[in-house]
Design a protein around this ligand. Sequence first.
Ligand code: FRU
Length: 495
Amino acid sequence: MKQKLLFARAYEKEAAKLIPDEARPLFHLTPYTGWMNDPNGFSFYQGKFHLFYQYNPYDTVWDSMHWGHAVSADLLKWEYLPAALAPDKPYDDFGCFSGSAIELDDGKQLLLYTGVRKEGGEGENLDVQTQCVAIGDGLNYRKIAQNPVLDETDLPEGCERANFRDPKIWREADGSFRCIVGTCEKNGLGKLLLYRSADGIKWEFESILIENDGRLGLMWECPDLFELDGKAVLLVSPQDMLPKCFEYHNGNGNVCLIGTFDKENGHFLPESDHAVDYGIDFYAPTTLLAPDGRRIMIGWMQNWDTTKLTGRKDRRWFGQMTLPRELSIRNGRLYQQPIRELEQYRSGCVRFESRKIEGETRLDGVTGRTVDLELTIRPDHSTVMYHSFAIRFMQNEQFHTELSYRPYESLLRIDRKFSGSRRAYIHQRRCYVPPRNGEIKLRLILDRFSAEVFINDGEQVMTATVLTELSASDISFHVDGRVFMDVTKYDLFQE
Ligand code: FRU
């Protein structure tokens, strides 16, 4: 094994000992030590779920991309494995960027990732991005001699080798391989390229799957294409988005396109698009097909533009994954639910039915930082419609984070400005929720440093990281007007 990987493995093992379990979330994967971004190689292999991730073991900032590695039986309790890839070859010495995994006929696992090197003199320093393969047994992976397996000679004219990354691989029913890779033209507009292969190693260009018409950002990162409930679904993470009403926001975005996949011509034909997550921290989602047929998605629970402002010197990890989410298509939209395995980790049920709430209210037993909370809010039809409903959580005398809903506008807002942050990064985001006469259903999952809000049975989701000190764990309700509320609250635990 190459020196650089051995060194990283020895380093991370020691460094991780300095991170107490209580300093991490219970279920949301954090890096073994150091920095984490995109989920990579999300797969089910040899009886376990594998999740690799963009990883810099040496610091809590982006640098020197390795692939970190963790496994789980249920997607919630993760066990760290040693780093899988280090940037140690001439074609990837600037970084092993994002990619995916697939099982081969001989039982080995193939990782397809983007190898990045730098070229050009002082001041130029341009990326050369290529696709590379490493084959292994679920623990150790060997980069193959044929690398890179896709390079600039495989790009259609006009596409940039400096932006050619994030391959997502899958197998067709006949066993042959396909992958899609993101690239862009000189004008910066993204394209997705489709390649085919008989063995996962020798690839041929097939077609341009889809081109960004300029409506959805510029370069499209981390694509994923799959079938779900009779539709074709394409997930992309566009850079440099312009905002569009309450649907898309400035910066790095996340988009779900629903349509059909014309396999004959290798084209994705979109019919509609919407955001995957309407919160603050969500990027680069990727999916797997579980053995029981569920399509499960996980994303990086972070926003690129705040990474420099939210890293804390006293924390030895940076970056979290979202909860894995079960996907389905209903009424032409992507629905998301936290994976059902989470229910095994619930205890201490507290329930209130049709509880009348006016002004400020606290409910016995409704408190905590690792919580699964279901709420249904209904207006009191005997009086005027309430003006606003809010739930404050991660609360103490000084701090709180708030989720509030105004039925007149039908906007749901998450606001973390009183979470202890001392920097001017984004603290609020609003989501337009199709109105239901003042009724709204929320499932809020808190796991120490994050809040994920599943709205109206998962029709929309809002995700945000919240770094408030852990002693802030109160929950309170605030109504301008009067509502009736059903509450079911569980504590989440892990043995
Ligand atoms: C997305 C991304 C990918 C790239 C990786 C590098 O967050 O920019 O396009 O492969 O991160 O770490």
